[in-house]
Design a binder for this molecule. Structure first.
Ligand SMILES: Cc1cc2nc3c(=O)[nH]c(=O)nc-3n(C[C@H](O)[C@H](O)[C@H](O)COP(=O)(O)OP(=O)(O)OC[C@H]3O[C@@H](n4cnc5c(N)ncnc54)[C@H](O)[C@@H]3O)c2cc1C
Length: 372
């Protein structure tokens, strides 16, 4: 049986950052990823400024946005900011960079390995490369395996709050003949755009996140039972399809478009478990994503790094996780505060839309968003 100080299930951003830190601090680390390509994940790839504190290079970003257009049902507001509000990257580029750093530090990363069984010190895996079942011994286990985590299931935990997000990836390059460019207004799909309208998106929002030659047009909705009264999830999916078809597909005739859907877990479940206190959950597996924005890359990296620090030094108390939990509590409060009928929520959006036309107010809001 192979033996490692730390086994990590899933090769998401937090797992890879944890692997790099652990290997750099003398731990033997094995990362097991069931996919063939590291980083291939349904995601809009929006990277907020706070992610750069983890050393992610700007060179892997596809686009940088200093302005954002916010659409409410009755108005559109353009916010120009003196520093970038958001970047977009491909998740494969991010995964490849983080995996490279983890490997350089000495971590072993295996793709096409599905974790099938877990005990308090062992993992059973099926290695598709070698068409073989294997058993791995670990001292510590990190579940970084996303919103449908097998490590979370092993611990007997069920996620109680999650968003369902949908997106179409569409081509935008002018050299790409699949888009009807005669219909394409100048600048369309070059800007970062957010759409808030409770009748269309419920408690979530619609977005356009452009990359170099493609863009993500998407929206998310809430699957939590208490949210279903005014915002039934099934209807929101239907409304997303209608919005995409009417506002985009019928206008621009995308010959190529790829529909994708995935869940995002935002209900925090705890992060340290096991009789031996040797099993951790990070990122979406633990429900660390934001209820308000559904952002989860930053939360994944931050929590991966924190638990890695605690594995290296058991006295380390994970203060950044405690800070994140406090922020999440506030976010949940604001999120639920406005879970009123759609007309109340839309009234609120119109007021905020008007306020954001004031440059000083908009600058303050943008600064705050980027610095938590
Ligand atoms: C449509 C959409 C748009 C989004 N847009 C953004 C955005 O713009 N910005 C942002 O910050 N967040 C965004 N998110 C959220 C973000 O994608 C997630 O919160 C984030 O990826 C969570 O990271 P993670 O490391 O916890 O898990 P993941 O990134 O999901 O990684 C988990 C990994 O574990 C692997 N795995 C799962 N089960 C097993 C198993 N049994 N054995 C081995 N491996 C396994 C998976 O293949 C995967 O590679 C979006 C999500 C969706 C659905």
């Amino acid at each position: 049986m192979q033996s490692y100080d730390v086994a990590i299930v899933g090769a998401g951003p937090g797992s890879l950052k944890a692997a790099e830190f652990l290997a750099n601090n003398g731990k033997s680390v094995l990362v097991l990823e069931r996919g063939k390509i590291i980083g291939k994940k349904v995601c809009a790839g929006g990277i907020s400024l706070k992610n750069f504190k983890f050393g992610i290079p700007k060179s892997i970003m596809e686009k940088e946005f200093k302005r954002i257009i916010i659409h409410t049902p009755k108005q559109s507001t353009i916010i120009e900011h003196d520093e970038p509000i958001l970047y977009t990257t491909s998740r494969v580029a991010l995964g490849s960079y983080l995996a490279g750093e983890a490997k350089k530090a000495g971590a072993v990363i295996k793709t096409e390995c599905n974790v099938t069984e877990i005990t308090e010190n062992t993992l059973k895996i099926f290695d598709r490369h070698e068409n073989d079942n294997k058993q791995i011994y670990f001292q510590h286990l990190i579940g970084g395996d996303g919103s449908a985590s097998v490590v979370r299931s092993y611990l007997g935990l069920k996620s109680h709050a999650f968003h369902q997000a949908y997106q179409y990836i569409i081509p935008t390059s002018s050299s790409n003949t699949t888009i009807n460019t005669s219909n394409k207004k100048d600048g369309l799909f070059n800007d970062l755009e957010l759409f808030v309208d409770a009748n269309k998106f419920g408690l979530g929002y619609g977005w356009i996140f452009p990359y170099k030659t493609t863009a993500s047009i998407g929206s998310g909705c809430d699957l939590a039972p208490e949210m279903q009264k005014y915002y039934p999830a099934a209807k929101l999916r239907e409304k997303f399809q209608q919005w995409f078809t009417k506002e985009f597909d019928q206008k621009y005739n995308f010959a190529q478009k790829e529909f994708q859907a995935h869940t995002i877990t935002y209900g925090y479940l705890g992060h340290k478990f096991g009789k031996l206190g040797n099993i951790y959950l990070i990122g979406d597996a633990a429900g660390f994503s934001s209820s308000l924005t559904a952002e989860g890359i930053y939360q994944s990296i931050l929590t991966g790094l924190e638990v890695a620090k605690q594995i290296v030094d058991p006295k380390y108390s994970c203060p950044e996780i405690q800070r994140l939990i406090a922020i999440k509590k506030k976010e949940d409060y604001y999120y639920k505060l406005f879970s009123h009928p759609p007309f109340v929520r839309n009234f609120f959006y119109e007021v905020v839309g008007l306020l954001l036309k004031n440059k000083k107010f908009a600058g303050k809001v943008m600064g705050k968003i980027n610095r938590y």
